[in-house]
Design a protein around this ligand. Structure first.
Ligand code: AOF
Ligand code: ZN
Length: 369
């Protein structure tokens, strides 16, 4: 009985955390529920980096009622002075009786210390209830804290026969409006949207998020080893942070971009003269980028998948056939035998408007930073 009640309140904490889906990055989404004598006395969630943590909001709502309360937390309370004081101490000072923590905080500054603080103060701590749901709130934060690398999700819009553009390059629109609206939500929850010079030249996409009421714009990152992207490309001129990534030997030619306020990053070129994508991910991790959404063509997608840098595929499949001359999803040369296949695990399947939406986890990947 008690177990079922605990699960119900933890599920509420997860739902509260989700309210921060679009606004918390680079901080994690966190929810907190306070219950005393079977009464809900406080609810909190973390809205914005620099703002109050979930626990502080819930404690403020509960006031004196926090004394002796049970606390349901999706993430271990922080134990450090960041932009705000430690939540572990606030919970202790409020006199709570028991704390249920779904997920330990992988931030090396916390990593068990928050739980340790509570236990030292004589508070009963239970961990692991609904851990998977709590982890799923923050794939990017968790991965970045554990490996230094962001979580990378590639969005692909395809025909039934897996084509992403006609041979002419034309690709508007493969999927319907409902799928394109869905894409806006994924963009808005990302810290960065990544594309390549080929896509920008062919489609001139905006790559910004246009969700109503959401202010935070993900960083638009364009990989352009040859500095071929026109300076007046939409994605380089719309409001919001922009980053053009090229190789160190090209950086002296980037004046026209810099004049427009576009940041240009030069990375040491690989032997083939292209940008080192792993280095790019390391760099994005250092910039506190949690989730990257890739919206690119088959060359960049193929290179990312082959380099084991993709964590997830978000695929929208339309009900039409584009034919054999159309472009594919991943250009990966040298895959000839069945045992060279790249293994995926399908996690979700649903219908979005006229299209099918599939989410895959890439099983075979490399998380070393
Ligand atoms: C919590 N509750 O609601 C959140 C936590 O700079 P600060 O003070 O905002 O601290 C950020 C770190 O605190 C973040 O990296 C993560 O480890 C933790 N986030 N902790 O107790 C919250 N958002
Ligand atoms: Zn905190």
């Amino acid at each position: 009985m008690k177990k079922a009640i605990d699960k119900r309140y933890m599920a509420l904490a997860v739902r509260l955390a989700r309210r921060g889906l679009y606004s918390t990055p680079p901080n994690p989404r966190v929810g907190c529920v306070l219950v005393r004598d079977q009464q809900l006395v406080g609810e909190g969630w973390h809205k914005k980096t620099g703002g109050p943590h979930a626990e502080i909001m819930a404690l403020a709502e509960a006031g004196e009622q926090a004394r002796g309360a049970d606390v349901y937390l999706t993430l271990e309370p922080c134990s450090h002075h960041g932009q705000t004081p430690p939540c572990s101490q606030a919970l202790i000072a409020a006199g709570v009786a028991r704390v249920l923590v779904a997920q330990r905080d992988p931030n090396p500054q916390v990593d068990g210390r928050g739980i340790g603080d509570l236990e030292k103060a004589g508070i009963v701590v239970e961990t692991g209830l609904m851990a998977a749901a709590a982890e799923a709130l923050n794939p990017g934060f968790n991965k970045r804290m554990r490996s230094g690398l962001p979580f990378v999700r590639s969005k692909l819009a395809i025909s039934l026969d897996g084509r992403t553009a006609m041979a002419s390059g034309e690709s508007r629109w493969i999927t319907g409006t409902a799928a394109r609206e869905d894409v806006q939500r994924w963009r808005a929850q990302s810290c960065a949207v990544l594309s390549g010079s080929g896509t920008v030249i062919a489609d001139n996409p905006s790559l910004n998020q246009r969700l109503e009421g959401e202010e935070r714009q993900p960083l638009r990152v364009i990989v352009d080893s040859g500095l071929r992207v026109p300076v007046d490309a939409k994605c380089l001129n719309l409001d919001g942070p922009r980053l053009l990534v090229t190789t160190t030997d090209k950086i002296s030619l980037a004046g026209a971009y810099l004049d427009r306020g576009i940041e240009v990053l030069g990375l040491a070129p690989r032997p083939d003269g292209k940008v080192d994508l792993r280095q790019l991910m390391v760099e994005l991790g250092k910039r506190q980028i949690n989730e990257v959404m890739v919206e690119a063509g088959p060359l960049l997608n193929g290179a990312l998948l082959a380099a084991k840098l993709l964590d997830e595929l978000l695929v929208y499949q339309a009900s039409h056939v584009m034919g054999n001359d159309g472009r594919g999803m991943f250009t990966i040369p040298g895959l000839l035998k069945m045992d060279q296949r790249i293994q995926l695990e399908r996690r979700d399947l649903r219908i979005v408007g006229d299209d099918l939406r599939l989410i895959f986890t890439v099983s075979d990947k490399d998380d070393r930073g």
